[in-house]
Design a protein around this ligand. Sequence first.
Ligand SMILES: NC(=O)C1=CN([C@@H]2O[C@H](COP(=O)(O)OP(=O)(O)OC[C@H]3O[C@@H](n4cnc5c(N)ncnc54)[C@H](O)[C@@H]3O)[C@@H](O)[C@H]2O)C=CC1
Ligand SMILES: O=C([O-])C1=[NH+]CCC1
Length: 312
Amino acid sequence: MAEDSIPYLSGAKIKEVLDYNELISVMKKAFAKYSSGKVVQPVRTVVKVEKADGFLGLMPALCEDEDVLATKLVTLYRHNQEKYGLPTHNAIVVVFSVNTGIPKVIMDGEVITTMRTAAASAVASKYLCAPNPRKLAILGSGVQARSHFEALSSLYKFEQVTVWSRTFNNAEHLAGEINATPCNTAEEAVKDADIIVTVTLSSKPVVQKAWVKPGCHINAVGACRPDWHEIDPELMRSAIVYVDSRAGAEKESGDIILSKAEVYAELGEVILGTKNSNKDKTTVFKSLGMAIEDVLSAKLVCDLLLKTEKLK
Ligand SMILES: NC(=O)C1=CN([C@@H]2O[C@H](COP(=O)(O)OP(=O)(O)OC[C@H]3O[C@@H](n4cnc5c(N)ncnc54)[C@H](O)[C@@H]3O)[C@@H](O)[C@H]2O)C=CC1
Ligand SMILES: O=C([O-])C1=[NH+]CCC1
């Protein structure tokens, strides 16, 4: 039985202990464990809330090697920001004892989602983009746009960063924060970019093949439903496509399903050395988000807080 009160870790507490350096190595481990069959992780179960154009996603995973069993519960309500000024993504993570099944800790899942997704894209960039990327283009100006800038800047010294957003004011606002160049069009933003990050809530492509420099690496992070896509289908078909999970991509990714693009490999297979990097080619990392990313992040949070005695 669970104790009368299970510790709850707030986002603020989690932010205090997580940093991109450590999280990037943990994400590398998450992808490798997943692709070597060491993780039990069903494809996300999605409960749609039609009237609010939202959904609840259930994301459990077990990794016995790492002695961790947990689940993330995440909601995506696309109109929260414009309607209520609230975040579009909200989440908690519940961690259980692997031995007894007793719930041990409940923690905020928003900070973990924000940071682990950007750390995952950083791992993908490390393995898939050509050396010394100089220009980063960010399409979108929300939570993930900011975290991706931070995570990728922890790896690379960019000479130029461009931002495009549906509303120019938002692009300008973010660009001001991160010392980037705001652009009026996505085409202008991605011109000559070495790394492109697509972090929008669009269900229609925001980047076209003709705009992209050959050899560029794209972290395609949005469009997590089978009928949403962010990337031009022609670009998907002509690039070398990597995914976090084949099973997830086949069921959830409109970018893969609608374009009928071939999936070359899981990122974990590249990390394990069983598939090639193709750094000289145009590459797309189609990220949908995997439960094991959250579960290993939650374990890291618990370990770090135990070290500082903040979690008994
Ligand atoms: N792959 C993964 O593991 C994860 C993916 N995501 C996805 O990343 C994307 C960004 O998430 P957040 O930054 O947290 O969301 P957010 O709500 O903070 O930002 C969304 C951005 O998309 C823009 N946008 C909305 N509708 C648009 C449209 N029709 N065309 C162009 N831009 C539009 C907004 O103006 C805003 O800049 C979402 O698609 C989200 O579901 C989020 C978490 C994890
Ligand atoms: O992995 C994740 O948490 C999500 N992916 C898309 C929306 C939320």
